[in-house]
Design a protein around this ligand. Structure first.
Ligand code: NAD
Length: 329
């Protein structure tokens, strides 16, 4: 199948080109994000392959459908950036990679906790400047602390296994319970109870209309004073301005995020010579108790291999059999 890749980085090109030897699709890589402005690049391609921050709203979908695209292959799990009802009305199919490495994201969430708790970002810089003082580096034992997991699917379960290993007490909130976590002692509670009792809350549910800004002014007021909040899921789960207010008042003790609600114009590019125009992001970045990574939770070799193979197999399924188990309904 002829496929136009958008937001394609060197590592995408490398892993997809290697995996494609077993599939034989015709791959063309474009660096820009797919937006209404870049949609014309997809002309003549039966499929587009897109990532997290490509914009597949009504205008883009209508443009690419008009120039012959029939399939959207997401090389990620989330599909909140695709207007599914519009795609359906245009007869366009949408496939995704539901799981590629829950370990990658769960381990990154654990990494953010360690980094914030033990102030590893400060320690790293201090040693480079021959400052061997421990002042300001005091952390706490994770052992015995209460960790709240919001969303206990594949990634939430892996994260729970890791935190269980640290000796934490686990609370969870989800619309459905995870049998493994229940069996191993995790207690399901309502979100306000989880927020009020957890020393660390970690978000692992998808971004949906029901979860948009689930962490807002009201829920931040319910959080245990001084608690840590981790988000490796989607930026839109947190109302950033409310999080900033809670950090300023001390209600929120620390924040570790791999995702940001307006990350589309920032992440996955080198803007080191640019003046960043997003004042909210700049303010957030300035807090000493905030750690931000640029959506790298998924970024392990194992995950990249799985993403390439599943995406190419999804394309073959549609081309050869017209059915794909990873189609988004
Ligand atoms: P999953 O589908 O296995 O699990 C999601 C869980 O969220 C499910 O148990 C579901 O019941 C629950 N859920 C749905 N609606 C909810 C609600 N209203 N309140 C509470 N829980 C709700 O998904 P997953 O593979 O574990 O991935 C979770 C999220 O992680 C994805 O949606 C994606 O946004 C994010 N993610 C981030 C990265 C990264 O690089 N940072 C990579 C992959 C996925």
């Amino acid at each position: 199948m002829k496929v136009a890749f958008f937001s394609a980085k060197d590592y995408d090109q490398k892993s997809f080109t290697a995996a494609n030897q077993a599939y034989g699709h015709e791959l063309t890589f474009f660096e820009p994000r797919l937006t209404p402005k870049t949609a014309s690049l997809a002309a003549g391609f039966r499929a587009v392959c897109v990532f997290i921050n490509d914009e597949l709203g009504e205008e883009t979908l209508q443009n690419i459908a008009a120039s012959g695209t029939q399939l959207v292959a997401l090389r990620c799990a989330g599909y909140n950036n695709v207007e599914l009802d519009v795609a359906q009305s245009l007869g366009m199919r949408v496939v995704r990679v539901p799981a590629y490495s829950p370990y990658a994201v769960a381990e990154h969430a654990a990494g953010l906790i360690m980094m914030l708790n033990r102030k590893l970002y400060k320690a790293y810089n201090r040693i480079r400047e021959d400052n061997f003082s421990l002042k300001g580096l005091l952390g706490f034992d994770l052992h015995g602390k209460t960790v709240g997991i919001v969303g206990t699917g594949r990634i939430g379960e892996c994260f729970g296994r890791i935190m269980h290993g640290f000796g934490c007490k686990l609370l969870a909130y989800d619309v459905q319970e995870n049998p493994y976590l229940v069996e191993t002692g995790t207690q399901y509670v309502d979100l306000p109870v989880l927020l009020a009792q957890s020393d660390i809350t970690s978000l692992h549910c998808p971004l949906l209309p029901a979860t948009h800004h689930m962490i807002d002014q009201e829920s931040l007021a319910q959080i245990k004073p001084g608690a840590m909040l981790i988000n490796t899921s989607r930026g839109g789960l947190i109302d950033t301005q409310s999080a900033i207010n809670a950090l300023k008042s001390g209600q929120l003790g620390s924040l570790g995020i791999d995702v940001y609600e307006d990350e589309g114009s920032l992440f996955f590019q080198d803007l080191s010579d640019t003046v960043i125009q997003d004042d909210i992001f700049q303010l957030l970045k300035s807090f000493p108790n905030v750690v931000i990574t640029a959506h790298q939770g998924f970024f392990t070799q194992e995950a990249l291999n799985n993403i390439s193979n599943t995406t190419l197999s999804n394309l073959s399924d549609i081309e050869d059999r017209n059915v794909c188990s990873n189609e988004v309904a």
